[in-house]
Write a protein that binds this ligand. Structure first.
Ligand code: HEC
Ligand code: HEC
Ligand code: HEC
Length: 447
């Protein structure tokens, strides 16, 4: 009995560690993604025509799945070769580097069998039999079929072999013990498609669900996680925090979610990274560049139809903003922000997002807004809109109090309503982001 208790105790501790690790390991790289020019160029390989041949249909299917699964957002480092990996994903416990999945026989997956690949995509077991960290979205990819996985592998084997070895992970003990992942794997997995189909759902709705819960792995970012790093029960798509970016609520909530968006608004955003309401920056910019901008119109439409069916999250009470802070915030806004967002923050459609009735501005957790103001942000380029659009960093121009005031102001003007922000919130994030000179220069202009 005592032995059993001890084993259970160890399991609980391990799963706590693994859970916490998982939650954090979802963080995206703090390192900036490859510059806009490189990224559009790299994404082009996913659109290269595949010559007719005996297995052309399978290869085309595999190439399309690589777009749906957003593989290049992660398996491409700045100035690196497509699929060679080596992008560092920053976590508080150190850095995880993405694997080389090019066709190289020694450093990539050139020698892999379909069984091996299926085990990786379905069970998170790597080429060396090791447990893979769930920063690799296998909990979502496991919803692909065996036939899909075979097609993906066949396609990856046609990519240019790259003899490049990604650096070893820099994780501290005990996070460097891969066995901890086995315990995490016992926790409930993200929902599977086809399990809760509402009555009267169309084939298009089901396609949208399969894309969102499967290769699109949208809930990896957009669903909040519990202490164990598993999806919070009953809060699917209500918004998540990763790497200090807030992935907004995608439910029908009219303040924080997509309640005011039409199906066409969503489709346009996924296609071009912009629409009359918002622009896709940060981690979502990568998703647009490497995945949603390269999907078929039918698939984007199906995703939009599925998202529009998500019932609204429950709204929270919002504390009123202090009038003095609002007044100071209005002055900062007029000074620093109207050049792009214009008076009354009406914005310029598809160039600078309007900030009124804006869901990103009104998320319950202000971290995302603060991150955008402090660090600046770049809209993800896409084939239809290849030119970069950048919002500069204000970290060096504005004090903590000024950032707090302007945030409180934009969160409570032009129809917006959200909790006020304090200078202490800003100071905390500023120190977490460790904004250094290099990053500021990098972020504050195009190169
Ligand atoms: C969110 C980032 C992310 C995305 C998106 C992603 N991967 Fe990965 N992938 C990783 C990370 C991180 C690892 C390494 C995990 C580890 O070392 O435990 C990895 C590892 C792998 C491995 C195991 C390689 C080995 O040598 O064991 C395969 C296979 C793989 N990914 C395939 C894919 C494919 C195919 C796609 C697209 C359908 C994809 N990945 C999308 C992050 C990602
Ligand atoms: C790597 C994390 C990540 C993944 C994966 C991801 N998103 Fe996002 N998403 C974000 C972030 C962060 C934002 C906010 C972007 C901004 O502030 O400019 C966002 C914004 C959005 C928005 C706009 C919301 C608004 O109110 O402005 C939509 C729509 C969206 N995502 C849909 C999707 C869909 C559909 C998928 C899956 C195909 C997906 N996302 C996958 C992180 C992610
Ligand atoms: C040089 C032009 C420029 C200036 C000046 C500027 N912005 Fe932006 N802003 C942008 C662009 C471009 C985006 C789209 C990036 C994105 O959404 O990820 C953006 C996005 C935003 C967003 C996110 C909206 C959304 O839908 O994703 C917020 C919030 C924001 N800006 C606030 C501010 C505030 C506050 C200031 C002044 C302190 C400011 N901006 C100054 C260009 C600018």
């Amino acid at each position: 009995m005592r032995m059993l208790l001890r084993v259970v105790g160890v399991l609980i501790v391990l799963s706590l560690i693994a859970g916490a690790y998982f939650a954090w390991s979802l963080s995206h790289a703090v390192a900036l993604p490859a510059g806009p020019v490189t990224s559009v160029a790299a994404a082009k390989i996913l659109l290269e025509p595949i010559a007719d041949g005996p297995n052309a249909a399978q290869l085309r299917q595999g190439q399309y799945l690589a777009r749906l699964g957003d593989c290049l957002s992660c398996h491409l480092r700045a100035d690196g070769e497509p699929f060679a990996g080596g992008l560092g994903l920053n976590t508080p416990f150190g850095v995880i580097y993405t694997s080389n999945i090019s066709s190289d026989p020694d450093h990539g997956i050139g020698k892999w069998t379909p069984d091996q690949f299926y085990r990786a995509m379905h069970d998170g077991i790597g080429g060396g039999g090791q447990h893979l960290y769930p920063a690799f979205p296998y909990p979502w990819f496991r919803n692909l079929s065996r036939q899909d996985d075979d097609a993906l592998l066949a396609y990856l084997k046609t990519t240019t072999p790259v003899a490049y070895q990604p650096p070893d992970n820099k994780l501290v003990f005990p996070m460097n013990v891969r066995a901890a992942v086995a315990v995490w794997n016992l926790l409930p997995l993200p929902p599977q498609p086809g399990k809760q189909t509402p009555q009267g759902a169309t084939a298009e709705w089901s396609r949208g669900e399969a894309l969102v819960l499967g290769p699109g792995h949208c809930s990896q970012c957009h669903t909040p996680r519990n202490l164990f790093g598993a999806d919070k029960q009953g809060e699917a798509f209500q918004g998540g925090l990763l790497d200090n970016f807030v992935s907004p609520d995608l439910t029908g909530n009219e303040r924080t979610g997509l309640g005011r968006w039409t199906v066409d608004d969503i489709t346009e955003y996924l296609h071009t990274g912009r629409n009359a309401r918002a622009a896709a920056g940060g981690p979502m910019g990568d998703v647009v560049t490497y995945s949603t901008s390269l999907m078929t119109d039918e698939d984007r439409h199906a995703i939009a139809v599925y998202l529009k069916s998500l019932s609204a999250s429950t709204d929270v009470d919002v504390t009123a903003a202090d009038p003095a802070s609002m007044k100071r915030g209005a002055a900062v806004f007029s000074d620093a922000c109207t050049a792009c967002h214009l008076e009354n923050a009406v914005g310029q459609p598809t160039l600078f997002p309007p900030l009124g009735d804006n869901a990103v501005a009104q998320q319950n957790d202000p971290t995302g807004v603060l991150h955008i103001i402090l660090a600046g942000v770049r809209v993800g380029p896409s084939p239809t809109r290849p030119s970069p659009l950048t919002m500069p960093s204000f970290a060096w121009k504005l004090t903590d109090q000024q950032v707090a005031d302007v945030s409180t102001y934009i969160r409570n003007s032009w129809g917006n309503r959200a909790s006020p922000v304090t200078a202490a919130d800003v100071a905390k994030l500023r120190s977490t982001l460790q904004l250094d000179e290099v990053r500021l220069t990098d972020n504050s202009g195009d190169h």
